[in-house]
Design a protein around this ligand. Sequence first.
Ligand code: PHE
Length: 342
Amino acid sequence: MPNPASPKAELEAIAQAVDRVATADAATLAELKTEYLGRKAGRLTGILRSISGLPPEERRAVGRRANELKQELEAAISSREAALESEVARPSDVDWTMPGRHRWRGAKHPVASVVDEICEIFRELGFTRVSGPEAETEDYNFTKLNIPLDHPAADEHDTFYLGPGVLLRTHTSPVQARTMERYEPPIRIVVPGVVYRRDPFDPSHSPMFEQIEGLVVDEGVSFVDFKAGIDYFVKHFFTADTAVRFRPSFFPFTEPSAEVDVQCQICHGSGCSTCQQTGWLEIMGCGMVHPAVFENCGIDSERYTGYAFGMGMERITMLRHGIPDIRLLFENDMRFLSQFVE
Ligand code: PHE
């Protein structure tokens, strides 16, 4: 009622507001302040403004009462404001010294990080990341890869058999055969995945571990391309000045075959317990694809050549981080894993 019929009646209505102020919460208090004392449309402000226009006989009484009320209201408001403020500041049930609740942050397992990092290095060289089944047939795991079933690697002591002719793959190499059967060269793939062997669970062995397989097949792939590819990887994964050596070796599915050693990442070649005082660490098996494997997979071995490699991820992860026992990578102990949260 900005312009009341009777200023006296309006003043008595305003007087009620003093009581409301005493119990108002902060929001209501702000509203009351505007409603009664607001500069533009405050009810009391309106009356004070209208005094000069009143008949002289009313002017005095209304003026006095209005000013009284204004003081009363202002005093009530400021004491209520002070009361509300001290309520907020008063120590309450909240214990401000209590430590915050711990928030867990997810992160990649250190082996998964190394796998991604290696696949990324090969991606730059044009390799595609593919996968294959962990339950395999003897045919793909051994026969097509030129491993006769009486070869020691095919021995029951190394292999977990699921049933006649079906097993848990002992390496990622069967994906070489699956890929060559399915796709025409040129082929450039990397295959990360877990493999299984009947090995003990000790500081350097695990019955399940992760490998990355690599395969390149094209016309004119030479031994030089092979060495350059491996060298590129080592220099990018380790450091540009890491020494690399190729040691002649044997795998039924590559010819010639080699094992790749890198300079020990712990002692830098001077000899320590990790490298058994040799200064070198073996990181992969590799070689030029054996022509018999090409023929077993329907690829013309007269026209195409290629190279393949396979490496153990736990081992490389251990080298990268100086981890002394492979079992740490499988135990999922948060005290260990949380060190790898980036
Ligand atoms: N499959 C071999 C192993 O598991 C590694 C390898 C892959 C060797 C490809 C040569 C070529 O030991």
